[in-house]
Design a protein around this ligand. Structure first.
Ligand code: FAD
Length: 299
């Protein structure tokens, strides 16, 4: 690839940011500071996750509704099928519509107990494709869905995973956001395979700036992402050097974004973990500048 230097990037990249609903006052403060820091970059949207088994139902709703109400940002709510009937899920979606939320990240979700197989609720949506179709029946929501460059662990193979992704688009999704990954090549291969399977909708890479390898490895085990061995080596000996760790984390993620940009990617979705600093620095390297004018779609 003919890769541009950071200094040459045109600033034409677009971004979105993902947050999780805060559990305490202190965490809420960190979240709102992060939203304030990142908002001036004018993200396409910011999204708020939904805890396993609907455990954060209220907090997700409060957080999404507050972002929508009090900031110039477009807020998207994650919603899963876990342990809820269709009626219950539809009721949550109706609340979002009433609060002015027009964008849902529609997911199947994971079983509440780690290591178990997913079992649909007897009256529930069986998977994200069914949920997408159900939401579209309620209102003309914009819908994002999940995609897995390194294959979802429940999928028999890559072709079946792509079939599943296609079903989600056929059901009405407008974009897919990927699970995090650390190999740009894996993303490009997946994007090519998706195109060959007849998928021409947008596939947005999910970027996780890693500063804690052990924690990321634990999470990656559940969701089918690879942590390359070289990553341990890069963070070796940095346990007591938090500032150096952050610099390494930002460098790694920015380098990956630069490679993705060189391969034509123009929308990056950041898993912020509610902390703005790393994502802000990487966006800056990608050429984005705070212009104070976040875009907001007409509701
Ligand atoms: P689906 O697309 O429904 O399917 C998962 C897998 O099951 C697929 O790979 C597919 O091959 C297989 N499958 C599905 N239906 C069928 C079928 N009919 N026949 C055969 N195989 C089938 N989780 C949360 O709990 N809360 C969140 O907020 C959250 N946000 C996320 C955001 C992003 C961007 C991503 C990538 C993931 C997120 N997750 C979240 C994790 C997600 O819920 C899990 O990865 C879950 O295991 C799968 O969800 P899905 O929507 O991809 O499932």
């Amino acid at each position: 690839l003919d890769e541009p230097l950071f200094a040459d990037l045109a600033g034409d990249a677009e971004v979105s940011f993902e947050f999780f609903p805060p559990k305490s006052e202190k965490m809420a403060e960190t979240l709102w500071q992060s939203v304030e820091t990142l908002a001036p970059l004018g993200p396409r949207f910011v999204s708020v996750t939904y805890g396993a088994g609907g455990s954060t139902r209220e907090r997700t709703h409060q957080t999404v509704a507050r972002i929508q109400r009090e900031t110039p940002l477009n807020a998207a709510a994650h919603l899963t099928c876990v342990e809820a009937s269709r009626d219950e899920i539809d009721a949550v979606a109706e609340e979002y519509w009433a609060a002015g939320i027009r964008h849902i990240v529609a997911l199947r979700g994971d079983p509440p107990e780690q290591g178990q197989k997913f079992k649909a609720h007897p009256d529930g949506y069986a998977n994200a494709a069914e949920l997408t179709a159900g939401l579209k029946k309620l209102h003309p929501f914009e819908i994002s869905v999940a995609a897995y460059p390194e294959c979802h662990p429940d999928s028999v193979d890559v072709a079946a995973d792509l079939d599943n992704l296609k079903r989600k688009f056929d059901a009405g999704a407008t974009r897919a956001i990927t699970q995090f990954f650390f190999s740009p090549e894996a993303f490009f291969k997946f994007r090519d395979a998706a195109a060959a399977a007849g998928i021409d909708e947008e596939i947005v890479p999910g970027i996780l700036p890693v500063s804690n390898v052990a924690q990321t490895r634990k999470f990656a085990g559940i969701c089918g992402a690879e942590i390359p061995a070289w990553m341990d080596r890069l963070f070796e000996g940095l346990d007591d050097h938090p500032d150096a760790r952050k610099l390494v984390a930002a460098t790694l993620a920015a380098e990956m974004c630069r490679k993705l940009y060189a391969g034509g990617v123009r929308h990056f979705h950041f898993y912020t973990l509610n902390r703005a600093e790393l994502s802000f620095a990487i966006c800056h390297l990608l050429g984005l500048r705070a212009n104070g004018a976040a875009r907001k779609q007409a509701a």
